[in-house]
Design a protein around this ligand. Structure first.
Ligand code: TXA
Ligand code: MG
Length: 314
């Protein structure tokens, strides 16, 4: 049975030792909590898939604390370093070509020829990676296809008996997962909308970022499965006026039992999204949840992606 550990030097040391000994440590990032293991430890990486009940064809993100690590790891060029300089640490993940032939990395990458990597913007995550001395692979610290955790308690509720330690860093500020971009080709392709707005990447590069819809039957990628991030109850989206028995999550001027952001601020809405879906799941007496329309600009793209998958009926 794991416990929740507060953020201090002693617990970072203990967590790093756990990572180095092949254990699993859940830790906060600015997006959501991650379930971490040493990327080079195949057994530990395999334990991540088991703990989450996640299929092995779904690759993991490596988390690094120094940009220089990339050189050992993946094919890089000026564009990669320019993007890293502008957006790291932060909620932007790169898919790059691999150069490392290490069998444990093979497992983390699900055998793909690509490596997925980001530098999280959270002191606990960065301290842990530095103290461990290795890149830490970490999916979101929740059971496969369920709602991602944005507090240490969410992790304990979902995976408490499966992790060795949970480091507490408070509630995640961004609240939705990182944006994932494929940098292996000439044109940049966004594989998952997330905490970095597509518009910001386009503005920085002065070029369009393409959107991949993916193939839901063959997901090489990001929650490209149709049903993902799902609450237990039924969820209807883009609802202006809910049914009387629906538990209603509002946005902006559209009020409900909860409101993601009364002022209509998309960053605030993103940071509340997963916690409110959990609350709705707990409180929807009728078993039905509805959610107000959310604009699709900026972080709204990621929010709409998550609620669309969360609302998908099998
Ligand atoms: O914000 C985040 O990205 C969080 C925090 C913990 O860093 N992590 C996260 O990991 O969301 P995860 O495993 O829940 O989602 C990563 C997604 C997966 O759906 C996976 O399919 C996709 O990234 N992915 C990983 N490597 C890939 C690759 N080489 N090519 C395409 N998709 C990849
Ligand atoms: Mg996930």
């Amino acid at each position: 049975m794991s416990g929740i550990y507060e953020y201090n030097a002693e617990n970072i040391k203990k967590a790093a030792a756990t990572i180095n000994n092949g254990g699993l440590v859940a830790f906060p990032t600015e997006t959501v909590y991650g379930l971490g293991a040493n990327v080079y430890d195949a057994k530990a990486v395999s334990n991540i898939f088991a703990a989450k009940q996640r299929p092995h064809f779904d690759p993991l993100i490596s988390h690094i604390a120094e940009v220089d690590f990339l050189r050992e790891y993946a094919a890089t060029d000026e564009r990669v370093f320019a993007l890293a300089k502008r957006f790291w640490p932060g909620p932007l993940t790169f898919v790059l070509r691999r150069i490392e032939e290490n069998p444990s990395i093979d497992l983390a990458c699900s055998g793909l020829r690509t490596l997925t990597v980001r530098m999280p913007n959270h002191p606990v995550a960065l301290d842990l990676i530095r103290a461990s001395g290795v890149p830490i692979v970490a999916p979101s610290a929740n059971k496969y296809q369920s709602i991602s955790p944005t507090t240490a308690q969410h992790v304990a509720d979902g995976l408490g008996d499966k992790v060795d330690m949970i480091l507490d860093g408070g509630a995640c500020k961004v609240g939705v997962e990182s944006t994932i971009i494929d940098l292996t080709g000439k044109q940049i392709i966004m594989l998952r909308a997330g905490g970095t707005a597509k518009e910001d990447i386009e503005e920085f590069l002065g070029e369009k970022v393409l959107i991949s819809e993916g193939n839901p039957d063959l997901p090489t990628a990001p929650g490209q499965l149709l049903r993902h991030y799902a609450p237990k109850n039924l969820l209807r989206i883009n609802v202006d006026i809910p049914e009387t028995d629906e538990y209603f999550i509002g946005f902006g001027k559209v009020n409900g039992n909860l409101n993601l952001s009364p002022s209509g601020d998309l960053s605030e809405a993103a940071s509340n999204l997963f916690a409110y879906l959990r609350l709705a799941d707990k409180n929807a007496v009728s078993g039905k949840i509805a959610i107000a329309p959310i604009p699709t600009t900026g972080l709204g793209l990621a929010i709409n992606d998550r609620i669309k998958r969360a609302s998908y009926k099998k």
